[in-house]
Structures are given as structure tokens and as C-alpha cells.
Design a protein around this ligand. Structure first.
Ligand SMILES: [Zn+2]
Length: 507
């Protein structure tokens, strides 16, 4: 009986059977999925663009049909007001003194507008030396911002209805799934601009007002490899170079994300790398290719984690190992054990200053005596913006700020001459152009080693390091302001979070 029934049903409803488990949406949810208004949705239904069926007098839609529709349609086929978008882009670029866009050839004006807008946002970002492009949805607009020299700048506000086609265009370029809008996705876009290749890492994030996208721009040509180019004072650089020439031990570069740690690690490797040494790195991602270095990309899905790569490296007889990121106990143990068995290990961590790295390693679960025995040095760093060379002028910073910094750094800063940028086209009216590192180098000598083994707390380590001659991040920043390289305000913005400040206030 059952068999007969099945045989009878089969020819007519094969496709329906396959869809038996499929998700069915009502009209409101379907329109929402496509991010269009109900009238537009009805129009597409009438034009047979969308397949649906009636159940109990109500329209119903298979979700995978709608997703197939999204995949098949060029994003720009979705409803947008091409003229309004062109006007918004043109106006925003004109206000920055940029030339009008030549819109690309495409089948429809909408398509041309979407492709042209995304292209121009990417190339303008590259020209502006941006490190990231942010596409964020608000209630009534899509806001586009560039991160330049570490600070977000608003670039343009676009009509809200272009958000979907713009993000879809990015997804298409980044080889991502256009129909998937509920989960974050990652993609990669390679862009050629003026003969140079740029590597864009795109991440889409489902947010309450619709999908946002962030694109990181990796620009190999902008990574200035070379310790002498980072902005270290002569004495700090010489001290750091001699630390890097040790045959073994652990050297840690620390600072928050975007503080230039990677560039310092590459520059360090570049200094000590030679054909006589075997150098291995494990990175996430590999941002810069180095000669004669075995570079490995972390691949968690495939099980290639930092600890797994470390174990493999140890069997391949390296002299120098660089681990892009030390953030768990297993990796920390691997680094310490390699450092104690005759290898020089370079790695990066997130604490904001050098003494805190010691405390962090012990908090992670490492034995204090192991940290004490293996650690050679910690270099903490930050990037601060440089005064624009085109529009710099002398100025008098606020006396209150100066007095405070003088008390904190023991520098005679009230007598110094200070410079700032007036603002010009070259610096997009910010007064700053480019960045330079501020550094704090904690070299582990016998007195520090003894304190780590005890273990002493961060404040005691800090005091002992300063006693031994360490220049703190804040002091290094203030010295750069006194040389006219940056401003006092920039130093305070980036560096005056210092816990020591709170302690002083309480006295
Ligand atoms: Zn300027």
C-alpha cells in the first residue's frame, strides 16, 4: 500500500519532495530577506522574477529559491536610485577636491553606479594611505569611513538602499556567498592600482541595521622594513639590535592591535636573517614575504595552530623562530621551551607596556622561574601621528598638560619648542601625515631576572626597569613632541592612559 502510494506520487511531485524539509517564508519575511519593499517584491513576483506558491490563500516562498534569485541576479539589479547614489559620491569627492568619476561601462546604470562606487572607494582609500575601509549601516544611511594613521575619518554618507548592492558587490569581488547574510564572512580581493598590487581582506558582519563590511588594506610597499625606519631613538635601537644578536632566548614585542608590532618583528628578522641561519615563522596571516625564511600561515580549520607549527619547527632544526601572536599557554610554553633549548624566539603580545608582559605570562600559568630564565627583553610600542611637514607651525600647548607631563617624565619640557599642523590638502586637514613608533625597551638584566623569579608585581618591575635606565613609552613620546615630530595632544591621546598617572592623582 505504502509502496503503491509512493510510486503514484513520484513523477508529479519529485521537486516538491526534495523541498519537503526546506524553509518556507511568508511574504513579509521574504521581502525582508531580499531587503526590498513589499511593492517592489510584488512587482518582481508579477514579472516572474521570483517563484512562489499559494498556501491557504497566502503567498509562500521557499527560502532557497529566494537565495538562488539573489545569487543569479547582479546585485545592482536590486532596486537602487542610481542618480541619487552618483550624486552622493560626486558631492563627497568634490568636497575633498577630488576629480569626478568616470563611471564604468555596464549593462544598466545601476550596475555601473555600484561597480564604479566600490571601485572609487577602494582606490581613494589606497591614495589616502588608509589601512581600513569601514562600511557601516545606520537607520537612514550607509556611512563609509577610512582609517588613516590609526584614526577613522568619515568619507561619505550614502543612501541607505545602496547598502545591500554595495556589500554584495564586495562579496562578489571577494568570492564570498552573496546569499548568506546572517553569518560573518571573510574574503580576499586583489586590486591593481598604478602598477602596484594591494591585498584587501574583507569581512562582512551581520548587524542590526543590515550587513556591515570592513576591508583591511595590506600594502606590502608601505611596510618599511628596517629597525632604523621605525622611529626608535639611537640608544634604544642599538640596545635592541644587540639583544637580537643573542643566540637564544625570548624577545617579545607588545602593544595593542595596530601598534606596528608586525613591522617591528619583520624588521628584527630582517636584521638577523642570513643564509647561515634557519629562520621559521608562524603567522596569521603572512603579511610580508621574506627571503630565506620558512613562513607558515596558521590554519585552524586544518589543525595547523601555533603550538602545532612550533612542534614541527623544533624538528626542523631552526636557529630563529618567529611566532606572530602569543595568546595562549600552550604557545607560551612552546616559546619558552624553544628559547631555553638554544633558539632565539621572537613573538608579539597585547599588554600595553613592557613590565605587564611579565605579569601576563605568569598569569597565563607559566612558572615564574621559567619566565625569568628564558626572557631576554620586552619591547612595548605604539604608533603616534607625525606633524604634517607641509603645514607645520609653532604653537604653545596648554601649560597644565605640560606641567603634568613634566612631572611624569622628569623632562624639562616647558622650555621646548612645539609644532603642530595647520591643516592642508596633503594631510586632509588633520594636521598629521604618517606615523612613527614610540618605544619602551625592558632588557632583562640580573636585577630584573631576580625580581621576575620571585615574582615581583608590575609596579616593582616598572620601577626597577626605570632605575636601570628604561625610557617609558610616555617619555619617548614626549621627547618626540619636544623634537617637533608630533604634538603634545597626540602623545596624550595615545599614551597618557598610563596607570602611573592614576596613582599620582591619588597622592
Ligand atoms: Zn598638512
Amino acid at each position: 500500500m505504502a509502496r503503491k502510494k509512493q510510486a503514484r506520487r513520484k513523477p508529479a511531485t519529485d521537486s516538491r519532495d526534495k523541498k519537503a524539509d526546506a524553509e518556507v517564508l511568508d511574504l513579509a519575511s521574504a521581502a525582508d530577506l531580499l531587503k526590498v519593499s513589499k511593492p517592489t517584491f510584488y512587482r518582481w513576483l508579477a514579472q516572474d522574477k521570483i517563484k512562489g506558491f499559494k498556501a491557504g490563500g497566502q503567498w509562500r516562498f521557499y527560502k532557497h529559491d529566494l537565495e538562488a534569485f539573489l545569487r543569479a541576479e547582479e546585485p545592482s539589479a536590486l532596486h537602487i536610485d542610481a542618480d541619487a547614489l552618483r550624486a552622493a559620491v560626486t558631492k563627497a569627492r568634490k568636497s575633498k577636491g577630488l576629480k569626478p568619476i568616470e563611471w564604468p561601462e555596464a549593462e544598466t546604470a545601476e550596475e555601473s553606479t555600484v561597480i564604479g562606487t566600490v571601485h572609487t572607494l577602494i582606490t581613494d582609500a589606497i591614495e589616502a594611505r588608509a589601512s581600513d575601509i569601514h562600511f557601516d549601516n545606520n537607520v537612514d544611511e550607509m556611512l563609509v569611513r577610512y582609517r588613516i594613521d590609526g584614526v577613522l575619518n568619515e568619507v561619505m554618507s550614502l543612501p541607505r538602499d545602496v547598502a545591500l548592492p554595495l556589500v554584495s558587490r564586495l562579496k562578489l569581488m571577494g568570492d564570498m556567498d552573496i546569499a548568506e547574510r546572517r553569518l560573518p564572512q571573510n574574503g580576499r580581493i586583489i586590486v591593481d592600482h598604478k602598477g602596484l598590487g594591494y591585498d584587501l581582506r574583507v569581512t562582512t558582519v551581520p548587524a542590526v541595521f543590515g550587513e556591515s563590511a570592513i576591508s583591511r588594506i595590506l600594502d606590502q610597499s608601505s611596510i618599511l622594513i628596517g629597525l632604523e625606519k621605525l622611529g626608535m631613538s639611537e640608544s634604544t635601537r642599538k640596545q635592541f639590535e644587540s639583544i637580537l644578536h643573542a643566540p637564544n632566548g625570548l624577545v617579545i614585542v607588545t602593544g595593542p592591535a595596530g601598534s606596528g608590532r608586525t613591522t617591528t618583528l619583520y624588521s628584527s628578522l630582517n636584521l638577523i636573517n642570513s643564509p647561515k641561519k634557519k629562520v621559521c615563522t608562524i603567522e596569521d596571516p603572512v603579511e610580508y614575504r621574506l627571503r630565506n625564511v620558512m613562513q607558515v600561515h596558521v590554519n585552524r580549520k586544518a589543525g595547523l595552530t601555533s603550538p602545532a607549527a612550533m612542534r614541527t619547527f623544533m624538528r626542523s632544526d631552526p636557529d630563529i623562530v618567529m611566532v606572530g601572536d602569543l595568546r595562549d599557554l600552550e604557545t607560551a610554553e612552546g616559546c619558552v621551551s624553544a628559547a631555553m633549548t638554544g633558539h632565539l624566539v621572537l613573538t608579539a603580545m597585547l599588554p600595553l607596556d613592557a613590565p605587564s608582559v611579565v605579569t601576563r605570562l605568569i598569569d597565563m600559568g607559566l612558572e615564574p622561574f621559567l619566565v625569568s630564565a628564558s626572557l631576554n627583553a620586552v619591547l612595548a610600542q605604539r604608533l603616534i601621528r607625525r606633524v604634517c611637514a607641509k603645514c607645520q607651525e609653532r604653537y604653545e600647548p596648554s601649560p597644565d598638560g605640560l606641567r603634568r607631563l613634566q612631572a611624569e617624565t622628569d623632562l624639562h619640557i616647558t622650555q621646548a619648542e612645539f609644532y603642530r599642523g595647520k591643516g592642508c590638502r596633503e594631510c586632509r586637514n588633520t594636521g598629521y601625515r604618517g606615523r612613527i613608533g614610540a618605544f619602551e625597551l625592558l632588557e632583562v638584566d640580573d636585577s630584573i631576572r631576580e625580581r621576575i623569579a620571585r615574582p615581583a608585581n608590575t609596579a616593582e618591575l616598572q620601577a626597577a626597569a626605570v632605575e636601570a635606565g628604561m625610557t617609558t613609552l610616555l617619555k619617548d613620546g614626549v621627547e618626540k613632541a619636544m623634537q617637533g615630530i608630533t604634538t603634545i595632544e597626540e602623545v596624550m591621546r595615545v599614551l597618557s592612559y598610563h596607570p602611573k598617572e592614576d596613582a599620582d592623582d591619588q597622592k
